[in-house]
Ligand binder design. Sequence first.
Ligand SMILES: *[C@@H]1O[C@H](CO)[C@@H](O)[C@H](O)[C@H]1NC(C)=O
Length: 322
Amino acid sequence: MRYSFVTSLLAGASIVLGSPIEKRAEYAMGFNAPPGGDVTILNYALTLEYLERKFYQEGLANYTQAQFIEAGFPDPFYKNLKEIYYDEQTHVSFLSGALTAAKAQPVTEAKYSFPSTDVKSFVTLASVLEGVGVSAYLGAAQAIANKAYLTVAGSILTVESRHSSYIRASLAQSPFPKPFDTPLDFNQVFSLAAQFITGFAPNDPTISPPFKAFPALKLEASRYAYTAGSSPVTFSGAMKNGVKAGLITADTPVYAVFFSGLDTYYVKVRTTRGDAGDFKIDMIPKGAVGQVYVVLSTADGEAAKVSDANTLSGVGILEVVQ
Ligand SMILES: *[C@@H]1O[C@H](CO)[C@@H](O)[C@H](O)[C@H]1NC(C)=O
């Protein structure tokens, strides 16, 4: 049993290495178990934990306790950040140990780059990353075969969600904006993580995950806080990129698909006039609140549901107030 984990992991890796150009449909795995099963999922979790650990390690090295206080994050915020760092570090060692115990090879740490430049942008990004962590563990849950791993994943998930609430509250965001959290699938999370990954360790066959990053979705900066049921959103360059990549033509109906809690909202985009010809929606759906995820898709929610196969780009993240 143990050995079959390893074999299937390697099989999964060689599929990716052997055929770099994959058809979109082959990645329509969504929430199903990926090739390699639990080993791939543990390595997926480990990749996210590495990312979080590195992020807090840099943040704690970059900014002093006094700078946090000055930026409006009074004690014991700094001490609690150290505690979060310690948790992420412990998750890394635990998951590596679990993989080794299963006779599988843990992935090596990638190289990361974060866009935060000061305390405020660091804490804002921390909030986003913790939210993504929650969504990642939640989305992976149904693909985990071994119930013992499921309990472990659950016990990490609840701690990530506590980090998330604490950091959200420190930013005066609602600590628990909805009665349900939002599951994201493997490729959606990988797309988000990939934005911070600048390189994998060379010549390491275990690091080619069987996941795919969608083309990034850029939201035009908004001067106002996003509000459910009222704010517009413009997706910069998405139309041009989609046409250029041959995924759509200028006439293809495209939908902005919002994920919030267990709800999915489809909003048909319109195209703005002028050279830019950007996709735009006039109103974030009522009910999409908190850390809301959005992808562009050709699915309308009726004839077809959103899936990896019909996702054009994503994942965008919006913080939306009620
Ligand atoms: C820490 O500072 C370095 C150098 O300025 C910067 O490149 C990096 O993004 C910062 N990291 C974080 C998490 O803020």
